[in-house]
Design a protein around this ligand. Sequence first.
Ligand code: HEM
Length: 540
Amino acid sequence: MFSLFDQATTRYWHYIPAAFVIYRILHQLFLKPLILSPLKRVSGPSLGHPIFGQFLNILTSEPGKLQRKWAEQYGTVVRTMGPFGVDQMMFLNPSALQRILVSDWLEYPRPDPLRHILGATAGYGLLTVTGNEHKLMRRTMSPAFSLSNLMAQTDMYYPPLEGLIQILHKYIKSESDPSKGTEILVYDWISKVTLDIICATAFGYHPDSVHKDDNELSSAYHGLINLQTGQNMVLFAILMMIPGFPKFIRTRFAHKYRKLIFRGSMLAPLATLVSSMNKIMAISRQMLDEKLQEADVKDSQSKKDIMSLLVRVRITETGNAYKMTDQDLMEQVLTFLGAGHETNTSGISWTLWLLAAHPEYQTRLREELLPVIEANPRPNHRTLKELTLLDGIIMESLRLLPPVPLTFRRSAKDNSIDGNFIPKGSLLSIPIRVINTYYEIWGPDAQEFRPERWSNLPSTYNFTFSFSSFIAGPHSCIGRTMAIMEMKVIIAGLIAHFSFERAYEGQVARPTAAITMKPEDNLPLRIKAIGKLPIPTEVC
Ligand code: HEM
């Protein structure tokens, strides 16, 4: 009798762990979201996919489109289901954004998978650290982004821009009928210009990718940028949750055996990620070594690039300044390249698209620009700042088509926002594009391109939270002023020399969802020479 009982107990005992795992899965995916979550009464769309919730839909549809629909349907507080049964909340109210991004920012860090995707593609620098380490690092880096330092850098934007202007004129001239212009892939060309600019301003390095088709850094970034699809982001986010995976993909082993490890169409993007990052890290290391060597040389004191400044801080500062190790500096190199290149490329490309779609504004902008550029082909920061239409067009483009359309935060502890209890671990989406085009702030024409609105902002406009393209608070974009200035220089130079038109009848914008919002088709546009200005000759 006993032995029969013992046998049965032993047999069923094996099922206990399995039953527990099944219970945990059911609890996480169904019981918690449907019955137990304190947020279950907050309005929002259906829970969506049993494993991915609405997360897949958000990342694979046009950035901001679904969230805008939900905001219109459910208001300024929306609950959706994130991956693996995690509650995901979306807040549009300034009071909630103030809590999450500004006053209680330490309680709402970037979620780990996002941190690791950013770390793997743009270095474990300022974009990924938090808390005290972030405060010290940011304080050390801020002088490099001061207005006086940026003003001194404006001249560095012109050689890559003038190189592009020359090339585009050459392309037009080589057409059988130059008066019809030529078609270019705007995103690809702008990407080369912005890479040359960030390398010059951040490191004093000149890859000249505008002229050199085979430039290693530019090809590596090309590979990386093309990985930006919603599906890949979901894949990366899931893999980055595996303990040790983010470190593993940076190892020599992963690089050497990437084709063996990441086989099959689903994993192949990881092989590209590993090889592109390996190349980018090798070049960054070289740039940094050169910087460290020249740091001893006297004339490096006069160098204005951001990295020279950080190296000087490391050598001269005593006291409680953030002392960066070689590895820290290396991560910052990657951060500047990652954060300051693709974002600007998207911002400039989308502005050219909006001008192609609104030729009346393009003509008016050219009228504003031509006298200024005729007087000085390299207008400085102050001159460009005074051009009101240029300013309105850049701000309107960043509002409607923000290069970073969405970001996330995670609740690090149980909290309450706008009267809603937010359990620890909940995801908080910051729907940048939705905030920027929310009709309750911007009025019924919120989704229209109307640059003059920037000279007469609505009474509902909140200076910190109505325009979120660079977000607010301690993690706001450190490169904001630099980005706007760079966009102005490039747009001014290109619009003064060329007209931009749709490449074909019925062409529409095709923004893709990923970390940055790039045009899926790399934005083909037709350009024609305006012929009012001399073609820049000397590029130096
Ligand atoms: C139009 C161009 C740009 C846009 C729209 C943009 C947007 C943003 C946004 C939305 C964030 C916050 C991301 C988050 O917290 O999840 C951010 C952070 C950051 N951006 Fe930019 N950015 C641009 C250009 C630049 C440039 C040119 C640089 C530097 C050279 C730069 C460097 C950074 C860094 C280092 C951070 C992290 C700041 C921190 O956490 O303290 N960005 N940017």
